[in-house]
Ligand binder design. Structure first.
Ligand code: DGJ
Length: 739
């Protein structure tokens, strides 16, 4: 709901549990008055007047004691008396860099429109508020658009800049969202790591000065996710205030927090500024990607559940989105089973085993095209390697389908190998600096998809295959970041537009292909989670979480990813032991339990397994088929996330069914297993609790499970998992029956 207090020029954005209050001061400067737990009334008129002033700050508009720097300016500019880091900066033809935005008007409407060329969080039930600001000298107009997703407890913001009556302007910085707090008692929580170690929680106290999380890689990146949260001291999984931002964008980004001289905090997120600039001619507009802002008064768990609900309902698109959407298949992917070393016989043997073990889709990974038998060549040449495939791709797909599996295929369309026909005919299509030897990563270069001709080539190459081969799943990979930022297709003064133009080009390609192939399930991948962001999720409702398939490593990677992204969006596979990266030996039961945190798949040589292992995998796929809708559409409660134990509970939407999983990482001598307390249950309801893999069950109250908890076994060895199924019993035939 949006409540406009016309007289006071105050805007109250209300969601189920939160309020955000914005206000246009008499001077026309916009300020943020509040963001936090929901406030029922609108008595905000005094707040701005009550703000106390500090000394030695510049005055504003010649008004006595009016010091802009002391105010929580909503969308601060550079050059004004507010000398903290601005949310935007434009430079004008005369060389000046100052913009003085003042409130000009507002517009309110029902429903949220798609941002042109950009992924967007959408729903007809969202309400929008546009706050229009103008600079009277240059005529530049800046429109801040807020989307209020009341039922989802979320607010989005994007920014449109329109060049007015001035000459050309250059946008040098443009944050999508900015919020200022009159307080500095926060911890910053970000998701950091590296390739194969994505999304580990990183928490630190902020102090006077700046803290920044950013990517200059041309992708959101493995090392940092476009997510940043501020948490009040003591806020934890289930308690305390948390304010989070997540950028719906897949390129270089920045998220920053600045604590100023007077213990105020400014929190911003948007496209990375150092590597960005955009020219706007008279009358032209530029729209920023949008940022999602979520406040939780009940800790990080509730924050995550709000992100999950919002993204499931309003971000994921296409046939596989939402409860009524298609069911995602359990995959067998041949990558860790064969790497590049396969032939038709091997693939069909794998497929035969996969069917027997309950899998539903066969994914042919890298190595099926050109002359590719290693990562040294052929990217860009998207024609099947008939010799290696023992016939056409179509024949292979049909043989797989005859076995009862759907067929999936890997592509890496944004890349080109120097050893490829494509590169030989179009070297200028690669991003590189003429005269300098190109720097390779994984033996490949990045195609310049800022150029429409290159975009069209990619669309047509992928389309040609999808048109002729019955592919129902596409894994869209991207295995290196951009270096040597330079485009042969852009003018000298446009080179800093390359990063954003690349992403706009990518979105156009994805819009086109996902529009043409609505029934295909697209899975995003960038060497694992190198581009796990809401921008990609808009087009690809599932992302390969990490190239690290070690179950123990995956516990923290998947927990971190689940801070923001719903389990239905995470690709999680069971792989071989010893694990190919860590050499760790983990029980198959635990590997299955961990991969059931998201979309279950298998990525190992099924033909080399013993009978006991096959029996266990068959049990896992059968079990997952019973519970997968709880994982996809239910609520996630992280029960234990530190120390030697991890535990998580998925509860179905109506609360009637649940799955509890527990892993003790290392066995410890002479320790006594404690009980595992659950969350989110109805204290008065009865639940049947069945221990997975054992013929044991009991019926107890939710209050029992939440206060006393489940009995844990003493683990026999390292990395042991335990799992339970919960189902609400309407009329229990017996109360606590014991275990
Ligand atoms: C990186 C991906 O993350 C892997 O799963 C696999 O598809 C390889 N690329 C193939 O080259």
């Amino acid at each position: 709901m949006i409540r406009v207090l016309e007289q006071e020029r105050t805007f109250h954005l209300v969601t189920a549990h939160t309020s955000m209050v914005l206000h246009a001061m008499p001077s026309g400067h916009l300020v943020s008055l509040y963001w936090g737990g929901r406030i029922e009334d609108d008595a905000f008129s005094r707040i701005a007047k009550d703000m106390k002033k500090a000394s030695y700050l510049s005055g504003t508009d010649g008004i006595r004691d009016f010091r802009l720097e002391q105010y929580p300016v909503l969308y601060p500019s550079w050059g004004n008396p507010d000398l903290r880091k601005p949310a935007f900066q434009f430079s004008y033809e005369d060389g000046s860099q100052m913009t003085d935005l003042r409130f000009f008007g507002y517009r309110q409407y029902q429903g949220k429109k798609k941002l042109e060329g950009l992924p967007t969080v959408l729903h007809d039930n969202a309400e929008c508020l546009e706050l229009i600001l103008k600079d009277s000298l240059t005529g530049v107009k800046v429109t801040l658009t807020f989307g209020v997703f009341e039922a989802w407890d979320a607010i989005t913001q994007s920014v449109r800049v329109t060049n007015g009556n001035h000459g050309d302007i250059q946008i040098q910085r443009l944050m999508s969202g900015c919020f200022s707090f009159l307080d500095d008692q926060f911890d910053a929580i970000s998701l950091n790591g590296a390739w194969a170690r994505e999304c580990h929680e990183n928490r630190q106290k902020i102090r006077q000065g700046s803290f920044c999380v950013e990517s200059l890689r041309g992708a959101s990146g493995h090392g940092q996710n476009p997510f940043l949260a501020l948490a009040e001291p003591g806020a934890e999984e289930d308690k305390g205030n948390v304010w989070a931002m997540n950028l719906v964008y897949s390129g270089s980004f920045e998220a920053s927090v600045e604590v100023d001289m007077h213990q105020n905090t400014r929190f911003m997120m948007g496209i990375q500024s150092f590597s960005f600039s955009w020219g706007l001619k008279k009358g032209e507009s530029f729209v920023s990607p949008e940022v999602v802002m979520i406040h939780s008064g009940e800790g990080l768990g509730a924050m995550s559940r709000s992100f999950h609900r919002l993204y499931r309902d309003c971000l994921l698109q296409g046939a596989y989105a939402g409860r009524t959407g298609r069911k995602r298949p359990i995959l067998i992917n041949n990558w860790e089973a064969t790497y590049f070393d396969f032939d038709k016989k091997k693939l069909l043997e794998l497929a035969d085993e996969a069917v027997k073990l309950g899998m539903e889709c066969f994914v042919l990974d890298d190595g099926w095209f050109g002359k590719r038998n290693s990562d040294e060549n052929s990217l860009g040449d998207w024609t099947e390697n008939r010799e290696k495939l023992g016939g056409s791709l179509l024949e292979l797909a049909e043989e797989i389908r005859r076995r009862g599996l759907s067929f999936g295929l890997w592509f890496e369309p944004e890349m080109v190998s120097p050893d490829s026909d494509l590169y030989r005919s179009h070297p200028e299509w690669a991003i590189q600096v003429p005269g300098r030897s190109p720097q390779l990563a994984r033996n490949q270069l990045v195609l310049d998809i800022s150029c429409k001709e290159v975009q069209d080539y990619i669309i047509e190459s992928v389309d040609r295959i999808l048109k002729t081969v019955p592919v129902s799943y596409v894994k869209w990979d991207m295995n290196r970041n951009i270096t040597e930022w330079n485009s042969c297709f852009l003018q000298r003064d446009q080179q800093k537009e390359l990063g954003h133009r690349y992403i706009l080009g990518l979105y156009r390609i994805l819009e086109e292909l996902t529009g043409r192939y609505k029934d295909v399930l697209f899975e995003g991948c960038a060497g694992g989670g190198g581009r796990f962001d809401p921008g990609m999720l808009f087009y690809m409702p599932q992302i390969w979480t990490s190239d690290d398939t070690d179950a123990v490593e995956r516990l923290d990677i998947q927990f971190g990813t689940s801070y923001v992204y719903p389990p239905v969006a995470m690709g999680c596979h069971v792989s071989a032991c010893p694990n190919h990266m860590t050499e760790r030996l983990t029980p198959l039961f635990t590997r299955g339990l961990v991969a059931m945190q998201g979309n279950l798949g298998y990525e190992l040589d099924l033909t080399s397994l013993g009978e006991e292992e096959k029996k266990e995998i068959h049990r896992q796929t059968e079990f997952y088929k019973q519970i997968r809708e709880i994982i996809w559409y239910g609520e996630l409660y992280r029960l234990k996330k530190e120390g030697n134990e991890r535990a998580f509970l998925y509860l179905s939407e109506d609360g009637s069914r649940g799955v509890v999983s527990f892993v003790q990482i290392l066995a410890k001598a002479n320790t006594v297993p404690k009980r595992l307390k659950l969350k989110g249950l109805d204290p008065k309801a009865f639940y049947r609790v069945e221990r997975v893999g054992e013929d044991k069950s009991m019926v107890v109250h939710g209050s029992f499970l939440m206060n006393l908890g489940l009995d844990l076994d003493r683990p026999k060895g390292d990395f042991q998992g335990q799992q339970w199924l919960l189902s609400r019993e309407e009329k229990p035939y017996a109360c606590h029956t014991g275990e």
